[in-house]
Design a protein around this ligand. Structure first.
Ligand code: G3I
Length: 356
């Protein structure tokens, strides 16, 4: 809108220099009417892409990106047009960034970060410490050696990307699916404090990045796993462990459906004094059913002031880790699905709560 107004007044002053005063006055009035009309029309029609529409609501709209797809013109065209946040889908994970102990490999992840920076997108880093996708050498470590390797990994990777990451998934998927406790893993067996050590290490390496705990099946407020993560975040906040955000992956399908209390979950995490981000959204299904659920998720995020952004886990259905479930916003040819329209409409609808 500012650009349109600025362009209008710029052409007026150029024209006005060669016209009599009365003509200038009446022309200015005319331009003012046009400018006001443009302003009203612009704010009423809102954004025409996911990123622009989310930005109008003070939020971001992101996607997971795979480095090896950055040579696919259709993929990159949609990426650059629609999204203003990217998450490397696999390229920042431990097996990718430290394939041999102490030897770091950033080529693929750097490619994504460079693409994001060149196109005005921010980056969510994913993930510094996780039981899965560890390199073989780490899988074979335990105890103090593994703890030290984790600390060194976090320090090295977060330092490499210092200043370039909006938010890090510092720890990913550390809770068990049932029972309300931690997931058993080699990292967990180094001691229960491994998660807070990871967060303190990340903070020391990149103080400006938001530090998130990220997990799945934490969407339904009544589930044990949701409660367990909530209690950890509450405890971290009480004890001053540096945590800034909670990521809800939100991979929805018939076995793990979108819950009607999703907004309550977002609100309750936010009330602990952390941002909430929807980090890996995909919803299996098709047509209006899928579209309605996508719209509901967006409306829930917009209703919670500290829900700062949404990332979908891929661009086209064929890019998805669950491709057969057609869970994304674009079909395999890159066409917008009804789910896309539902998301855009929800982003553009009024009455939302802006982030603080
Ligand atoms: O790159 C190799 C390729 O060279 C090889 O031919 C092929 C054969 O299987 O494998 C390819 O690697 C695969 C990689 O994705 C890239 O496509 C791995 O096998 C496969 O395991 C890996 O899956 C990733 C998965 O994490 C691993 O846990 C998915 O792409 C990725 O979307 C998924 O993302 C996770 C988040 O990190 C955490 N939350 C859940 C989410 C979905 O599982």
């Amino acid at each position: 809108m500012d650009k349109l107004l600025a362009r209008g007044s710029g052409s007026l002053s150029a024209a006005a220099r060669s016209r009599p005063r009365t003509a200038v006055v009446s022309m200015m009035a005319g331009v003012a009417v046009i400018a006001a009309t443009v302003a009203v029309a612009t704010s009423a029609s809102a954004g025409t892409t996911l990123g622009a529409s989310a930005a109008e609501k003070g939020r971001y709209f992101g996607t997971a990106v795979a480095a090896n797809k950055l040579s696919d013109a259709t993929y990159v065209g949609i990426l650059n047009r629609e999204f203003n946040m990217v998450t490397p889908e696999n390229e920042m994970k431990w097996d990718a960034t430290e394939p041999s102990q102490g030897q770091f490999s950033y080529t693929s992840a750097d490619r994504i970060v460079s693409h994001a920076q060149a196109n005005g997108m921010r980056v969510r880093g994913h993930a510094l410490a996780w039981h899965s996708q560890q390199p073989g050498w780490a899988q074979n470590l335990s105890g103090t050696a593994l703890r030290q390797a984790m600390v060194n990994h976090i320090t090295q990777v977060a330092t490499h990307y210092k200043g370039k990451i909006y938010a890090w998934d510092v720890v990913n998927e550390a809770f068990a699916d049932s029972g309300g406790g931690r997931r058993d893993s080699n990292l967990q067996r180094t001691g229960n404090d491994w998660i807070e050590v990871a967060f303190r290490t990340a903070r020391a390496a990149d103080p400006a990045a938001k530090l998130c705990y990220n997990d799945y099946n934490t969407d339904n407020w009544t589930w044990e796993k949701t409660q367990a993560v909530y209690n950890m975040v509450k405890d971290f906040k009480a004890r001053g462990v540096p945590i800034d955000c909670v990521g809800l992956q939100s991979h929805f399908n018939s076995g793990s459906p979108y819950p009607s209390n999703y907004r309550t979950t977002l609100q309750n995490f936010a009330a602990l004094g952390v941002d909430v981000q929807i980090t890996e959204l995909d919803i299996e299904g098709s047509g209006s059913t899928q579209a309605t659920t996508y719209g509901n998720v967006v409306r829930d995020c917009l209703a919670v002031s500290r829900c700062t952004g949404i990332t979908v886990w891929g661009i086209r259905d064929t890019d998805s880790w669950r491709a057969s479930g057609t869970p994304l916003l674009f079909d395999g040819n890159g066409n917008k699905k009804p789910a896309y329209t539902a998301v855009l409409d929800a982003l553009n609808a009024g009455g939302t709560t802006p982030p603080p």
